[in-house]
Design a protein around this ligand. Structure first.
Ligand code: ADP
Ligand code: MG
Length: 356
């Protein structure tokens, strides 16, 4: 089991930031509204993620760190319709195989939780000890790769590893404005994003949208984005019709759509150095070359110098196949051509009506 776990671990746990990403996704899947992340030495000494989510029942603690144990997918067929961020049941087991991992969780308001510790090999069923803990989960990962010297040797500098972690935290912060996130590195606060979005009054439209308010976008990217932002809203509910009569269409969200912002840089305007180019599908940051290529073509045909975007797709889970790559960043979307036709039309219309 050691070898299998460590090989598998390499796929998931490629560097400290990969651990942070998985732990953040678990916290969000558990419904956390507040997440604290403590990092020491670029994550090589310690990664700790504390959430206020639903917690884990004592009976499920050992399962949580066991390979291919996930509470999120009932059967493989279900993989087509996933809405949670995790579903492979691999992350905690893989991390535990290559670190000293402590899992503490409480699933109620008793103030008491259970603690479990693993370091590398799982030769015995780990013991649970009662500890004081609020409702939610704390995962502490120490000495990453302590038992895989080759991997440890591959790690870059503390600064580089931490910058990857910071990127991951910002990406999650960009996905979910309703979750407060703080990030500390070697006891210094590096990121602190509250859920208090009412700032400056330019976010009054937020309630009607699935996308991020500009204030959170600015906080999370560190860019000034309120100027020149064009708001895009696309209703895709007409596209959900053809699905009726398809296989099991229970649970199809009627609210298919795209919300977000684009930042056009027109000819003659001073080009902003960095522009966000972000695509989120059901709260998951994705790399979808078909979408980004079409947006690039649109930029050219509209005679723009460049165009930034932060677009939030809300699609019926049945349209998605996430199981394309272990990183879960690649995704297959059915009827993407139709979706893109609607989106391009909406962007072009907005560009025309705001032309000066
Ligand atoms: P996956 O997220 O793919 O299910 P993981 O290995 O990341 O697999 O987690 C295994 C299981 O442990 C999850 O399915 C979930 O039930 C539980 N779990 C992990 N982290 C948390 C958390 N922060 N809060 C609540 N439950 C968690
Ligand atoms: Mg997970």
């Amino acid at each position: 089991p050691l070898l299998i776990n460590q090989l598998a671990a390499g796929e998931v746990v490629t560097r400290p930031a990969a651990v942070v990403k998985e732990l953040l996704e678990n916290a969000i899947d558990a419904g956390a509204t507040s997440i604290e992340v403590y990092i020491t030495q670029g994550g090589m000494a310690m990664i700790e993620v504390i959430d206020n989510g639903a917690g884990i029942h004592p009976d499920d603690m050992v399962m949580a760190i066991t390979r291919h144990a996930t509470s999120k997918v009932a059967d493989v067929a279900n993989l087509q319709g996933i809405r949670t961020l995790g579903f492979r049941g691999e992350a905690l087991a893989a991390t535990a195989a290559v670190s000293r991992l402590t899992l503490i969780s409480s699933h109620n308001d008793s103030g008491v939780g259970r603690q479990l510790q693993v370091a590398g090999v799982l030769d015995d069923v780990p013991k649970l000890t009662p500890v004081v803990h609020h409702r939610g989960t704390t995962v502490t990962v120490k000495d990453l790769y302590f038992n895989v010297p080759a991997r440890r040797g591959n790690l870059k500098s503390i600064a580089t590893e931490f910058s990857h972690i910071e990127t991951v935290a910002r990406e999650v912060a960009l996905a979910r404005a309703d979750v407060a996130i703080t990030l500390f590195h070697d006891n210094k606060k590096r990121l602190s994003l509250s859920t208090n979005i009412a700032e400056g009054g330019y976010d009054s439209s937020y309630n009607h949208m699935n996308c991020l308010p500009l204030s959170r976008l600015e906080q999370a990217t560190g860019l000034l984005l309120r100027d020149n932002a064009l708001q895009i809203t696309v209703d895709l509910s007409s596209l959900t019709q053809p699905l009726t009569g398809d296989i099991d269409h229970k649970g199809i969200s009627k609210q298919a759509g795209v919300d977000g912002w684009v930042w056009p840089i027109r000819r003659g305007e001073s080009p902003q150095e960095v522009l966000p180019k972000l695509l989120y599908v059901n709260g998951r940051l994705v790399k979808e070359p078909i979408i980004s290529n079409q947006l690039r073509q649109l930029t050219q045909s509209a005679d723009l110098m460049n165009m930034g975007y932060a677009l939030y797709f809300d699609l019926p889970a049945q349209w998605l196949n996430l199981n394309v790559h272990p990183s879960k960043q690649r995704i297959k979307i059915s009827s993407l051509n139709n979706i893109m036709a609607h989106l391009s039309h909406a962007i072009q219309t907005k560009l025309k009506t705001t032309e000066t």
